[in-house]
Design a protein around this ligand. Structure first.
Ligand code: NAI
Length: 480
């Protein structure tokens, strides 16, 4: 705690550098800056206490400071152990008007290279407000904050935290440890938090899936807005963001020439489409593995070979998982790969690649090359290069998506926060999407920022295609 602000970052002296990059990013985030202007006298988030769990990058710093500009109090943690940019975290803690000695920013608990114990400690700190205050909004990416509140509430009701079972992932044991400790020290901590929270806005595909599962089971404690499925989020961030940051991660990690190589991409959803395009852009021969015939057909139409990992893994120089599913690349696959083939995951969690199986492989050796780059050497002498220990490599090995695309995603986040905070009572405990009109509003700002000029419908044309001159221009079932 310094100047009344509690925080945990790697190095506060990086704040000045962070502030410079935040300043440049603000110009590239016209959506967020437009929202700041639009609400400069209204403060719609006054009274909001937002606990946020989302990659602590420069772009996220602009999001956080937008929430603050709109009147919110905020506490923050990263949603991944490797994704924090330490200078951004430092700058957020110091704030635009503070100094290293006298920070005036936001309590942030995040540094690059956390252990799992540290990660869940940070998540708990972000949800634990000082002076008996409680968070009343969640902003989540991947659903870890939501998970802690829900599991905590469930176990407090039962009066006991179960023990981990054999075969449970290591991370689950850590989570249970956190909840055991809180049950001992404050037995209704999570129940109180769950009751106070008006809603959660969720950033990504994987977190949204968890929310729909909770809602279907009738277990969702508060309403949720699925930000991911705003068109201006998933069809831009997931796709064009990954088109940019996937190869950024591969290049920074390995600097291997991508041209001429065979790259296997598992998953041809929004993320996979962006990944495939970026690899092809570098001259790689790209092969897609898909389970869904529609996405597989899209891949074929886009000119990619479609095949299975089982059949083709030994041909790949680079393999990227982008499915959001588990057990996609198994150790049986990894042992068959070419010498020094690159293995990376860009899906939200590290269970796409069987890292536990790799670590258990008899006689395997891990040779750390540099942070977030490991060569795993099999007894055969062949090795593979694993990026970010199987965690999302675009944030672990590079700096994630660039500002402009995140301006789209985060504008939806801010709008969703305002919506749920100001109108929570109008929403049931279900998962909602933002209205298309707001999606179009976000897009319009970014079209204008790029110098695009929109064609205006005439009244007659609007009537003919049965839309309003001011939009929305498409029915909800339209797919873009
Ligand atoms: P999506 O649902 O559009 O695409 C996933 C695709 O994987 C689907 O087409 C599905 O049919 C396919 N798939 C599922 N299991 C498979 C398997 N065993 N083998 C081959 N294909 C399989 O989801 P989206 O939006 O592309 O997201 C994918 C993951 O990436 C999620 O975990 C999401 O949270 C994450 N994400 C990561 C970002 C990053 O910056 N690293 C950005 C946005 C999303």
């Amino acid at each position: 705690t310094r100047n009344g602000i509690d925080f945990a970052v790697a190095d506060l002296s990086l704040a000045e550098f962070g502030r410079k990059e935040i300043r440049l990013a603000e110009h590239e985030m016209p959506g967020l800056m437009a929202l700041r202007r639009e609400y400069s006298e209204v403060y719609p988030l006054r009274g909001a206490r937002i606990s946020g769990s989302l990659h602590m990058t420069v772009q996220t710093a602009v999001l956080i400071e937008t929430l603050v500009a709109l009147g919110a109090e905020v506490r923050w943690a990263s949603c991944n152990i490797f994704s924090t940019q330490d200078h951004a975290a430092a700058a957020v803690a110091v704030g635009p008007h503070g100094t290293e000695e006298e920070p005036k920013g936001v309590p942030v608990f995040a540094w690059k290279g956390e252990t799992l114990e540290e990660y869940w400690w940070c998540t708990e700190q972000m949800l634990t407000w000082p002076d008996g205050k409680l968070p009343n909004m969640l902003l989540d990416d991947g659903g870890d904050a939501t998970l802690l509140v829900h599991k905590g509430t469930e176990y407090e009701k039962a009066g006991v935290v179960p023990s981990a079972e054999d075969g449970d992932p290591e991370e689950w044991q850590v989570i249970l440890g956190v909840l055991k400790e809180s049950l001992n020290s404050s037995p209704d901590k999570w129940t109180k938090i769950g009751k106070e929270i008006r809603g959660v806005t969720e950033e990504t595909t994987t977190g949204v899936l968890r929310l729909y599962q909770l809602a279907a089971a009738g277990e969702l404690l508060f309403p949720a807005i699925n930000v991911n499925d705003s068109v201006t989020k998933s069809k831009f961030d997931n796709r064009y963001g990954c088109r940019h940051s996937l190869i950024d991660g591969i290049n920074r990690a390995t600097d291997v020439l991508i041209g001429g190589k065979v790259a296997l991409v598992a998953g041809y959803g929004d993320v996979g489409k962006g990944c495939a395009e970026s690899l092809r852009g570098q001259g790689a021969r790209v092969i897609i593995a898909e389970i869904d015939p529609i996405c597989a057909l899209q891949a074929l139409m886009d000119g990619y070979q479609v095949g299975t990992i089982d059949d083709l893994v030994d041909q790949a120089d680079i393999i990227i998982t982008s499915t959001g599913n588990k057990d996609v690349l198994l150790v049986e696959h990894m042992e068959r790969m070419k010498h020094q083939a690159i293995v990376g995951n860009i899906g939200h969690f590290d269970n796409e690649i069987d890292m536990a199986g790799l670590a258990r492989y008899p006689g395997v050796r891990r040779n750390n090359i540099k942070p977030q780059v490991d060569e795993w050497v099999f007894p055969s002498g062949r090795s593979i290069i694993v990026l970010s220990e199987g965690r999302l490599l675009n944030l672990g090995n590079a700096t994630g998506h660039p500002s402009f695309v995140m301006s789209n995603s985060f504008s939806n986040q801010v709008i969703a926060q305002i919506e749920l905070f100001t109108k929570a009572e109008e929403y049931d405990k279900e998962v909602f999407r933002l209205p298309k009109k707001l999606d179009e509003k976000v897009a319009r700002i970014h079209v204008e920022a790029l110098g695009g000029k929109l064609t205006k419908l005439t009244k007659e044309q609007a009537e003919y295609i049965d839309v309003d001159v001011e939009g929305p221009y498409k029915p909800d079932h339209y797919r873009y």
